[in-house]
Design a protein around this ligand. Sequence first.
Ligand code: ATP
Length: 232
Amino acid sequence: MLEVRGLRSSYGRIEVIHGVDLDVGTGEIVALIGANGAGKTTLLRAISGVQPISAGEIRLEGAAITRDAAHRRVAGGIVQVPEGRQVFKPLSVEDNLRLGAYRRRKSPEADVERIYAMFPILKEKRLQPAGGLSGGQQQMLAIGRAIMGDPKLLLLDEPSMGLAPVIVGQIFEVIRTLKAEGVTILLVEQNAGAALAIADRAYVMETGRMAMSGIASVLAADENVRRAYLGI
Ligand code: ATP
């Protein structure tokens, strides 16, 4: 589905991604873990086309998208749920969902109902402004809005950030459901334990480089990973 090769990216003259490779296969959940500042968010933003790159190739289903603008990548099926959720706070829950479907011509009604089935609380609050939702509900809305875009590849940036454990559990349950429905997912997480438990494969990023990669359950059992990222 997604192939990243030799990707480099900088802020001004400071390079923060030093030539990374990453693959996400169709139907997989791939986790990207690593310490604060390792470059995970920058890499996700480079894949969705909102962060410039200085070298490397990005391919989606075999076709090079490296030079495509962000909106073309969205049209091609790459949809990102940004860190910090960024829902449109003054707009109602339902209007937020409808905005996620802006690029599609067919009526979004069936998909709105699908999102409500996944997140009943959003249906209850559908006419309320998104800014009045709790953090967990806003994360559900941000994910729901992304699903309205009918993604082939969903990029999730720290969906558990700042949420209570019980809500984190719900969010990860939804990620599992999306996978079962055939959505391919690249998941950036500080919560390495939860991410490795849900993922098929994972990459560990350290200061702009891929330090390790492999089957998620194998990484979760690795001594170095356990000590550095799982606090065990
Ligand atoms: P976090 O978990 O904190 O989001 P991360 O692994 O996602 O960390 P990035 O946010 O991609 O890491 O940051 C990678 C590096 O780039 C860090 O050294 C960070 O300080 C730097 N950086 C991030 N955003 C900017 C920016 N807008 N301008 C300059 N440097 C930045």
